[in-house]
Design a protein around this ligand. Structure first.
Ligand code: COA
Length: 163
């Protein structure tokens, strides 16, 4: 049984992430989306909110059979704990490569038993990021093409505009 773990900040999850999760899910028997606590990033949503929002977004988009978990600490420890074989990551523009390359090689040094697997993003999401979505939302812009309705609601809720 092939098990994958797709880690990230998911602050918040976007259609770009969902596209990767949907495509990866087809290749693995079991899949976890792992939301990192990420002390070095100062997240907009709390860890609990990010887990909840991620879960709701996957359900809304019909991406089934994925378990959303959270972790604090090393990704390889979380992967080990969940019996993963592969770490899934998405690649957008060229600029992602160096960072992903460094992470993949470091993770392999620490834990050679995991394979890092990369999915090229869908063209229409190649310049999308969670920060862009947050910024557009903060200035009252329309984020409906970038995130599912449930994420839009969470963003509005955070801003105190609506529920
Ligand atoms: N579509 C849209 N956006 C995407 C995307 C996609 N397919 N793939 C990545 N992004 C964006 C995210 O929205 C995020 O945007 P932001 O910077 O505006 O928030 C950005 O790319 C990168 O975020 P993410 O993919 O969530 O990665 P990360 O850098 O926040 O975290 C971890 C990466 C969790 C894998 C890494 O930090 C980790 O492993 N942490 C645990 C500690 C550890 O083991 N460290 C050693 C690693 S060698």
């Amino acid at each position: 049984m092939a098990i994958a773990i797709y880690p990230g900040s998911f602050d918040p999850i976007t259609h770009g992430h969902i596209d990767i999760a949907r495509r990866a899910r087809k290749l693995f028997d079991r899949m976890f989306v792992a939301v990192v606590a990420n002390p070095h990033k100062r997240p907009y949503f709390t860890l609990e909110e990010r887990v909840e929002i991620t879960q709701a977004a996957l359900v809304e988009e019909g991406v089934n059979g994925i378990e959303v978990i959270s972790f604090d600490g090393l990704l390889v420890d979380c992967a080990r704990e969940h019996g993963a074989d592969a770490i899934v990551r998405g690649l957008r523009a060229n600029s992602d490569f160096e960072y992903e390359f460094q992470m993949a090689l470091t993770n392999r040094d620490m834990a050679p038993e995991f394979e890092s697997v990369f999915f090229m993003t869908a063209k229409r999401f190649s310049f999308l990021s969670s920060s862009i979505v947050k910024e557009i939302s903060m200035y009252g812009g329309d984020v409906s093409t970038f995130v599912p309705k449930s994420v839009e609601r969470a963003l509005l809720g955070k801003l105190g505009h609506a529920g």
